[in-house]
Structures are given as structure tokens and as C-alpha cells.
Design a protein around this ligand. Structure first.
Ligand code: LLP
Length: 434
């Protein structure tokens, strides 16, 4: 945890006072601790005990260049889901060989881009349906290349209650992955094509699991399939198995009913997958994982200013200048993010419940109830905002995207610029002009 409060009550991230950050950036603003992100990647890599592996950072969690470069410097690869994410990964120093590309509906142009990157295309284009196979084959033929591909298996598990329904992917009704029943046929089609080379078998069961069990269950389905293919003399060109991302984080910071230690560490997920890989006799293959959230969520905060309070006979609201357009997770997944004052530790004896809401004209623009002083702070931090915060932000209600500040070792290394309101207005006014 890279956030702390110093003896004078000032909240610090990466050793930098967050009040100093907002003095520079204004609000709303995300701030990230790059050093803590890099350290997290290092300790995750250590969990492989020197065995062949790839930590393919899922860019969708946080695409900021400084963040991606920090992971590239630690030897991470990338999991991308669009041509644009692929360009960011490459520009930030991730080698084409270390990129895997997930996506149920890749455009022809995106497949072409993946195929033409580097001397041999990217590490693997991951196939999510039988129907996608001839499409990739045709693009490879047109490009005069052999596409390195993986088959993404849908492990068809019962995930009810395992995570939020919106982020569960490895079940029968999900659009993701090749269904278990079609997997052998998909492998057969790939192997029959001179334009495709099967290098990986993958699965991604969903996101934000707070126990390792669904992850291990999914890995075991995947490994069982690979084992039976090999027993039948198939999948000889395979070089890696990839058990996906989904390592949960403790958004309650130990305050919740589960307690801090209840959520396994990212390395625990890796060790559990490693153990299953060994058990299935697949130790000759590299193990890939695709974590996003766990590498960035705890090391980012969303900083906001309190605009005003509103106290009525029925409610007590604290209105801040960050809204659901800046951090969508509470509105979309009923996610809980802790909210604390930038200055002054909250005294539990005198704190009162405030319903913290943003300025957006939606009832779901609501960050939930938080214990804060009766005399509200002037600025607050929404914790664990490093993943799926900025990347899901929008300009809804004519709001500007939040800025981002990058911190490391007690310093603000840089920040993004806030877009001018005038340019948004001009663009909207011009829309449809002839
Ligand atoms: N690999 C694949 C194929 C994925 O679809 C995802 C996430 C990941 C890896 C990374 O999963 P992670 O390690 O971050 O859990 N917006 C939602 C999360 C959506 C996740 C989508 N796929 C949220 O804010 O909770």
C-alpha cells in the first residue's frame, strides 16, 4: 500500500503530499505511484521462481504511458484488446513477441496490424470463436505471413456469486472464448491451416476474484484440455499456457467483513496456477498471466474538491467535483471505493456518515456512504482508483476528462493536460455543420 498519512495528518502517495499534487494539477485528478506499481510487478514475477513466464499486463486497466513504460522496464509483456492499445504497448517499449491480443470482434485492420508488427507479428493473436479462424487465416494469407495464434477457451464454469456478473467471463452465456465443447475442433482447424501456428492455449475466467478458487478451476479446465490434446498427439507447437487475469484487490482496505488478509496476494494466484500446471505435467510450457487491476488499482487515487454540502430532513450529501464520468465503477458495478480527507485523519469518535456524490445528472452518480468529519474536508481522495478509472472516464454532461499525475520516490514526475472547455464546446457546436 503506497498511501499513508504523515504525522501532521497530510495524505501522501509515493511520499508526495496529495495537497501539493492538487495545487499543481487542480481537480479532479488521478495520481499514481509508479514505484509501487513497478514493485508489484517485480514481486509478481518472483512468484514464478525463475520458470519461463510472461506477465502480460492488461492495458485496459490503465493505459497511461508512464505506467506502461514502468511495466515494460520490469520485463512485463502486454495483453491488448484493440489496435490502439497495441500501439501504446509498442510505443512504451514492450516487444512485439511479448504481446497477446484478446478480443471477440477484432477488426480486419486490427488483425492486419497485429500481423505486420515486428518481424513475425505479435506474440499471439488469441482466437475467441471458431468463426474467427478463417478470418485470421485470410488476413495472414494476404499479409504473406504465418499468424502465431492462441485459442482462448471459455472454461464454462458456474460463476454465480464468484464476482460481479458484469465482469464474469468464463461461463456458458458469455460471449468470450471458444466454448469447451468446440475447443478441440478449433484446435483442429488451426492446426490444419498452413497460415496459422498454434503457440498458446488460454483462458480468462473473469475479473476481481477475491479467492483463488475460480482462477484455479479455470486453469484446471484449460490444463486438462491441453493434456488430452497432447495425449492424442496434437498441439505439438504449443509454447505457453495462459491462465488470464482477474486477481482481486481489497477495496475495503481491511475494513470490510472479509478483512485485508482475506483477499489473496497476486503471487498467491500465480503459485496456485503453477501448482496445477505441474500437476498436469505441463512444466515444459511457459506460464502466461494477464493481470491488470492488481498491478495498478491500489497505487492510484482520484483527487476531488468538495463543492458544497446539502443537508435535508432525509439526507446528508457531500458534493464533490469528481463524478461517475471520472470513476464509473461505483455506478456500473456498485463498487465500493474508500474516501478519505486529504488533510486530517478522521477521528472515528466524531465522524459522521456522508453520502458522497458527484455533479453528474444521474442518480447513480453516487460514491456511497463514508465516515467523514461533520465539518467536511475541502479535498478528498477516492482510494484504489488506479485501475479502470481513467480508462473508463467519459465526457458525459460536457465534463472534461480528469488529468493524471505520475509520482515516484517523493516527486511529481509529470502530468497530463486538462482539455480546454472551449474546445469541447466548439467541437459539439460544429457537429453536423456542413
Ligand atoms: N485478460 C482478459 C482477457 C480480460 O478480459 C481482462 C479484463 C484481463 C485480462 C484483466 O483482468 P484484471 O486482472 O484486471 O481483473 N471494468 C471492470 C473490469 C473489466 C475487466 C475486463 N477484462 C472493473 O472496473 O472492475
Amino acid at each position: 500500500m503506497s498511501i499513508s498519512r504523515d504525522s501532521s495528518g497530510t495524505l501522501r502517495l509515493a511520499g508526495v503530499s496529495l495537497s501539493e499534487v492538487t495545487a499543481v494539477t487542480g481537480t479532479p485528478a488521478y495520481a499514481y505511484d509508479l514505484g509501487a506499481m513497478a514493485a508489484g510487478a517485480r514481486s509478481l514475477k518472483d512468484a514464478f521462481d525463475g520458470r519461463p513466464h510472461l506477465v502480460a499486463y492488461a492495458l485496459k486497466a490503465n493505459t497511461a504511458g508512464a505506467v506502461v513504460r514502468a511495466f515494460a522496464a520490469e520485463g512485463c509483456g502486454a495483453d491488448v484488446v484493440s489496435g490502439a492499445e497495441l500501439l501504446v504497448a509498442l510505443a512504451c517499449g514492450i516487444a512485439p513477441d511479448h504481446v497477446v491480443y484478446n478480443g471477440v470482434a477484432k477488426l480486419d485492420g486490427e488483425i492486419d496490424q497485429a500481423l505486420s508488427t515486428g518481424p513475425r507479428g505479435i506474440g499471439a493473436i488469441l482466437i475467441e470463436s471458431v468463426e474467427e479462424i478463417p478470418r485470421i487465416e485470410a488476413r495472414a494469407l494476404a499479409a504473406g505471413r504465418v499468424a502465431r495464434v492462441g485459442v482462448r477457451l471459455n472454461p464454462s464454469l458456474d460463476l454465480v456469486g464468484a464476482t460481479h456478473a458484469h465482469i464474469a467471463t468464463g461461463h456458458d452465456r458469455a460471449k468470450f472464448g471458444v466454448p469447451r465443447a468446440d475447443a478441440a475442433r478449433a484446435v483442429e482447424l488451426v492446426e490444419a491451416s498452413p497460415r496459422l501456428e498454434l503457440v498458446g492455449m488460454t483462458a480468462h475466467v473473469g475479473s476481481h476474484f477475491t479467492t483463488a478458487q475460480p482462477y484455479v478451476d479455470s486453469a484446471r479446465v484449460l490444463f486438462g484440455l491441453v493434456q488430452s490434446l497432447r495425449t492424442a498427439g496434437r498441439a505439438r507447437s504449443l509454447r505457453f499456457v495462459d491462465t488470464g487475469g482477474g486477481f482481486g484487490v481489497d477495496y475495503r482496505g481491511g475494513e470490510g467483513s472479509e478483512g485485508a488478509s482475506a483477499v489473496p496476494q497476486p503471487a498467491d494466484f500465480v503459485r496456485a496456477a503453477r501448482a496445477a500446471q505441474q500437476e498436469f505435467g505441463l512444466d515444459d510450457l511457459a506460464l502466461y498471466v494477464e493481470p491488470g487491476r492488481c498491478l495498478v488499482a491500489p497505487h492510484g487515487v482520484l483527487l476531488a474538491r468538495v463543492i458544497q454540502t446539502k443537508v435535508t430532513a432525509t439526507g446528508r450529501w457531500l458534493m464533490i467535483d469528481a463524478g461517475m464520468n471520472d470513476l464509473l465503477r461505483p455506478a456500473l458495478y456498485q463498487a465500493h471505493h474508500r474516501i478519505v480527507a486529504l488533510e486530517g485523519a478522521v477521528d472515528p469518535a466524531t465522524a459522521i456518515p456522508w453520502r458522497v456524490v458527484g455533479p453528474v445528472c444521474e442518480s447513480s452518480d453516487d460514491f456511497g456512504e463514508h465516515m467523514l468529519p461533520r465539518e467536511p474536508p475541502s479535498q478528498v481522495a477516492i482510494l484504489d482508483g488506479g485501475a479502470y478509472g481513467f480508462t473508463m472516464a467519459s465526457e458525459y454532461n460536457g465534463r472534461q476528462l480528469p488529468v493524471e499525475a505520475f509520482l515516484r520516490d517523493g516527486r511529481i514526475l509529470g502530468q497530463t493536460r486538462r482539455a480546454a472547455v472551449a474546445s469541447w464546446v466548439e467541437e459539439r457546436v460544429r457537429a453536423g455543420e456542413r
